[in-house]
Write a protein that binds this ligand. Structure first.
Ligand code: NAP
Ligand code: MG
Length: 504
């Protein structure tokens, strides 16, 4: 093995170094395919900016080969798996994720920059728990018997029932902000329902997706059931979204690209689910417990460096407690230890790329020019990597650029309200094209329940933000998406219903 030339190599285990040093192609039909020509995509460690690996950039030809492999597996070996066997495979994937915990943590941190404790939580709990949750479903997917009277048949002369069948070949396209969980969200329901999958991971973060595909194979997933084509969105992603052999697209990413997916899917009218952007409100009433609110609001925005679709980036605080809350959240932000994810003491990692860091800085500058007050942060620290300080902008208004746009970075925009009319508070909270998450902070159950109904989002939490669990449906209202992932509802888009009537 070559001695790796990047500085974080010293902190990595031998299995991670060995994985990085490999040639990274596409996983098609159960084996790695290495194109002999074509450009490589460089993969960077966002904490240092150094190149750590390269992977192949596939296009229409690789997507076509992967779709064919997925179709053959769907009609062949995978269709002969019983529900109980699919369940066992999903359970085994969870075990293998835990057995490969250290390597997956390191690869996820190198890919995305998240802090070590978060990577450990993701690889040790979130991902295995999710696979185990979906391992319970294959044996419980049931149709219904229907009291129908087809063609005037009397009871006893006919039987009508429904079959729930896998939708077929799924095309999955995922973003970079939480690479392994995003891939898990596509693979687990596909396997639970008996579908096959072609995945195009984010070009910036393909490492854990590739490793997970190998672990799925080791768990007994037949060749061709899970295929990975690496590449750029406009090439591999667009080819997958348009491919006539794909029955459904499961997309997570920006609202802008979501619109392109819908257009591309129109050719064969494939089914589409979309998990898109957000600009979620955190609404704090004057009776709320500030001991909960201050760390909660900071976490809601700065979790994953704000690169989180559920991030609570618009903080609405009642004027009576405004200064206390803003100062408290700013103090939490200032105290966060910024550093590489691989350093276990880091609490706040880098952004994903230089481009993203510059984009975030641009939004902060626009806010400054439009009259927002920078209470803390607002700068990129002078150090290697793509770091940006957690930032609080106070005195913001709905018409300001950083309030209107999904920044996807650590920028909290604070607004105040003095009004006790819940409708007008909810109107302000809802004044965005997005509707993904949101939270209400109060000790008054009446206020909480009224606000829960008034906020137009797929998820609303009370005295917490972005409560995620494998069993809880999650997805967007308005321009935050179509459909739901997680829970029983998350299986629906992977299934189709066949109505059957018989007589004798
Ligand atoms: P993005 O630019 O929309 O990219 C998402 C994926 O789509 C990537 O794999 C990308 O490839 C691919 N893509 C780009 N153009 C495409 C095209 N024309 N056709 C098909 N695929 C294409 O989003 P991102 O910047 O990676 O991620 C951030 C966004 O994801 C934010 O808006 C965030 O809110 C959203 N998100 C939503 C959820 C949710 O559950 N609702 C969860 C996480 C993230 P490349 O990698 O080559 O660009
Ligand atoms: Mg992109």
């Amino acid at each position: 093995m070559n001695v790796p030339s990047f500085s974080s190599a010293a902190a990595l285990s031998p299995s991670t170094l060995a994985f990085l040093a490999r040639q990274h192609g596409h996983f098609i039909g159960g084996r790695w395919v290495h194109p002999t020509d074509g450009a490589l995509i460089d993969i960077h460690d966002p904490a240092t900016g150094e190149r750590i690996a390269g992977c192949a950039a596939g296009g229409a030809a690789e997507i076509d080969a992967a779709v064919r492999a997925a179709r053959a597996a769907f009609e062949g070996p995978w269709s002969r798996f019983t529900a109980a066997q699919r369940s066992a495979v999903l359970w085994k994937i969870a075990d293998l994720v835990q057995q490969n915990f250290q390597q997956l943590c390191e690869l996820e941190i190198l890919d995305n920059g998240l802090p070590t404790p978060l990577a450990q939580y993701v690889c040790g709990m979130v991902v295995p728990d999710f696979f185990r949750y979906y391992a319970g479903w294959p044996t419980k997917i049931e149709g219904a018997t229907i009291p129908a009277a087809p063609q005037g048949k009397l009871p006893g002369e006919a039987l009508s029932f429904t079959l729930r069948e896998p939708i077929g070949v799924v095309g999955a396209i995922t973003p970079w902000n939480s690479p392994l969980p995003m891939v898990m969200l596509k693979i687990a329901p596909a396997l639970a329902t008996g579908c096959t999958l072609v995945l195009k991971p984010a070009e910036l973060t393909p490492l854990t997706a590739m490793r997970l595909a190998e672990l799925c194979q080791e768990a007994g997933v037949p060749d061709g059931v899970i295929n990975i084509v690496n590449g750029y969105g406009e090439d591999a992603g667009a080819a997958l979204a348009a491919h006539p052999g794909v029955d459904k697209i499961a997309f997570t990413g920006s609202t802008e690209v979501g619109r392109l997916i819908v257009k591309a899917a129109a050719g064969n009218l494939k089914k589409v689910t979309l998990e898109l952007g957000g600009k979620s409100p955190v609404v704090v009433f004057p009776d709320a417990d500030l001991e909960q609110v201050i760390p909660g609001a900071a976490r809601a925005c700065f979790f994953l460096q704000g690169q989180n679709c559920m991030a609570g980036t618009r903080l609405f605080v009642h004027e009576k407690i405004h200064d206390k809350v803003v100062e408290g959240v700013a103090a939490v932000a200032r105290a966060m230890k910024i550093g590489p994810g691989l350093d276990p003491s880091s609490e706040f990692g880098p952004l994903i790329s230089a481009e993203q860091r510059n984009r975030v800085a641009g939004f902060v500058d626009a806010g400054r020019k439009e009259g927002a007050e920078v209470v803390c942060g607002g700068n990129a620290p002078t150090r290697p990597g793509y770091f940006f300080e957690p930032t609080v902008l106070a005195r913001t208004r709905n018409d300001m650029t950083p309030v209107k746009s999904e920044i996807f970075g650590p920028v909290l925009c604070v607004q105040t309200f003095g009004d006790d009319d819940l409708d007008s508070v909810a109107r302000a909270a809802n004044s965005t094209i997005y509707g993904l998450s949101g939270s209400v902070w109060t000790r008054d159950l009446g206020t909480a329940m009224k606000m829960v109904r008034k906020i137009d989002s797929g998820q609303v939490s009370v005295n917490m933000h972005a409560a995620i669990d494998p069993a809880m449906p999650f997805g967007g209202n308005k321009q935050s998406g179509w459909g739901r992932e997680f829970g029983k509802e998350g299986l629906e888009p992977y299934l189709k219903t066949k109505g059957i009537s018989m007589t004798w």
